[in-house]
Ligand binder design. Structure first.
Ligand code: DX5
Ligand code: ZN
Length: 210
């Protein structure tokens, strides 16, 4: 089980110190928002460029935007480990996934909670990562939507040969992490739970132990 720390809940005033507290995560999960696909804005590539200079932790970029290819071009020079776009935000999923891969970056596709798995049927063989949203995207600190457990199990049943990362994003904590793993997730995004914990390093340990 791998853990990605969602920067959205980090302390933006003391970003470096805040992220040093969770050193040891497998990825920094970067939520990119455009104020259109989701009703919020976050950080841009300049912030991440500065982060990259201080940390070796690979970036897991999650694009919650209406024009994903524009944002792929903005973030590609940071050489993130993954760039993930939403199935709901592009009419040219196949082209977009292959564009990301042509840059030497692993490609992911995300589904909002109510989006059915069948949207992945003709692209799954090309994906390095599938991200199942367990909250409606746009904000950190929301409550986990329980039907996600069933959706993960359904994913594993529908795509038994998928070898990539199956990531779950939203409301993840030390209580639901073991259940998510048992259902078949292998990469968990954790924001609020990690960064609001009195001792983030301990919270990370608890997640790993769970
Ligand atoms: C929500 C974002 C998530 C969020 C997860 O739109 O995609 O990555 O920050 O954070 P928590 O763990 O706080 O739900
Ligand atoms: Zn995210």
């Amino acid at each position: 089980m791998q853990i990605a720390a969602s920067l959205l809940s980090a302390d933006f005033v003391n970003l470096k110190a805040s992220l040093e507290n969770v050193a040891g995560v497998d990825f920094f999960h970067v939520d990119v928002m455009d104020g259109h696909f989701v009703p919020n804005l976050t950080f841009g590539p300049c912030v991440l460029k500065n982060l990259n200079a201080h940390f070796d932790t690979p970036l897991d970029v999650h694009l919650m935007v209406e024009d994903p290819l524009f944002f792929v071009d903005l973030y590609k020079d940071l050489q993130p480990a993954f760039i993930t776009l939403h199935v709901e935000s592009t009419s040219h999923l196949h082209r977009s996934v292959h564009y990301i891969k042509s840059l030497g970056i692993k490609a992911g596709v995300s589904l909002n909670p109510a989006t059915p798995l069948c949207g992945l049927d003709y692209i799954i063989q090309d994906l390095d990562l599938v991200l199942l949203m367990s909250v409606n995207p746009g904000f950190g600190g929301q409550s986990f939507i329980p039907f996600t457990f069933e959706k993960i199990r359904a994913f594993r049943k529908r795509f038994p040969h998928f070898q990539g990362a199956l990531e779950v994003d939203g409301g993840v904590n030390a209580h639901n992490a073991p259940l998510l793993r048992a259902c078949g997730a292998n990469l968990l995004v954790v924001g609020h739970y990690l960064f609001t914990h009195a001792n983030p390093a301990q919270a990370l340990q608890a997640l790993r132990a769970s």
